[in-house]
Design a protein around this ligand. Structure first.
Ligand code: LMR
Length: 334
């Protein structure tokens, strides 16, 4: 009897050890959800992060990338991250207001960044770091900023000057600054999830939208908009964010490797973003489905005049400290 008990104990012990070994081999899974197509700056960045994270951790981490709102739409993905249903996202900087991080809306101020170098001064400098600190209390850790590009407007009528936007229903991301921007044009802003924009344009629920050429082309918005104007009036970029509890709970050596993978994926995403947008704009033009208008200097002056007041109007919403810090870094005067 004692022998049998001994054998049972040995078998049970063996099973437990076996199970322990199996559990130890289970990779840590990072679900990375996003709303755009794989062949966009963000899609390419996410895939690069997956490749490098799995390589540098020797397979101890598995990254599952879910593009095109497959798992969650804009608003739900933020909730899913906070609940821990997904571990990583890269929402547009225009989508942090509803979370209570209004300072991120500074990126939505029209014509604030003259070019990508100016932008990098903010995302790579103290302002970018300070903005990430605002996320900690919401259970979110900011890891990196990824570029997309400058926005252009489209509609089913020529829009050369701000007046041409009068009365149009324009889809916007969930940012109060974007709301103010559209109102400044005498148009009607309508917040809508990215995944619903194509259908909204097709059915006439909305008349117009603003996005980067890369997003427009990969979602085929140009096929349901007769006119496009290369306004470059604002910027779309991303904050790559993780669930803080998940991130803090990772073994230190794994986190170090993931940081390395993220740094390299960031350089990669930022290095392809301009080209992806240039190519997308060329494809949009080539498609012949929408007429693309390039602004004259006089057009640009008119857009600037119509939209610049939004900076002052929205300073208290964003926070004076943040707006002043960006102005200072960029050497802007009022
Ligand atoms: C949008 O919702 O228009 C875009 O910001 C989507 C994205 O993530 O690029």
């Amino acid at each position: 009897m004692r022998l049998i008990n001994g054998r049972i104990a040995a078998v049970v012990a063996g099973l437990v050890i076996g199970m322990g070994a199996a559990a130890a081999q289970e990779p840590i899974v990072i679900k990375f959800s996003h709303v755009v197509a794989p062949k966009t700056p963000k899609g390419l960045g996410a895939d690069k992060f997956k490749e490098l994270a799995e390589k540098y951790t020797g397979g101890k981490v598995k990254v599952e990338v879910y593009p095109n709102s497959q798992l969650y739409k804009d608003k739900e993905e933020m909730e899913a991250l906070q609940l821990g249903a997904v571990q990583m996202l890269a929402p547009s900087l225009a989508k942090f207001g509803p979370l209570g991080a209004r300072e991120f809306e500074v990126f939505d101020l029209p014509f604030i960044f003259p070019d990508r170098n100016a932008l990098a001064k903010i995302t790579k400098g103290p302002v970018g770091k300070d903005l990430f600190k605002k996320l900690e209390s919401k259970g979110i850790t900011g890891l990196a900023y990824w570029d997309n590009g400058f926005k252009i407007f489209s509609a089913n009528k020529p829009i050369k000057r701000p007046d041409d936007m009068l009365g149009l229903k324009v889809r916007i991301q969930s940012s109060k600054v974007l709301e103010a921007q559209i109102k400044a044009l005498g148009a009607i802003p309508q917040v809508m999830a990215f995944s619903e924009v194509y259908q909204g344009l097709q059915t006439g629920v909305i008349d117009s939208q603003e996005n980067t050429p890369s997003n427009m082309f990969t979602q085929k918005f140009h096929e349901v908009q007769k006119n496009t104007t290369v306004t470059r009036h604002g910027y779309i970029g991303y904050a790559v964010i993780v669930n803080k509890k998940f991130w803090d709970g990772l073994p230190g050596d794994i986190r170090t490797q993931l940081d390395k993978a993220m740094d390299e994926a960031t350089d990669y995403a930022n290095s392809v973003s301009k080209q992806e947008n240039d190519e997308a704009l060329a494809e949009i033009k080539k498609s012949g489905k929408t007429e693309v208008y390039e602004m004259t200097d006089a057009d640009k002056a008119a857009w600037l005049k119509a939209l610049k007041p939004v900076h002052k109007e929205m300073t208290s919403r964003i926070g004076k400290e943040t707006v002043d810090a960006v102005y200072r870094e960029l050497g802007l005067t009022n």
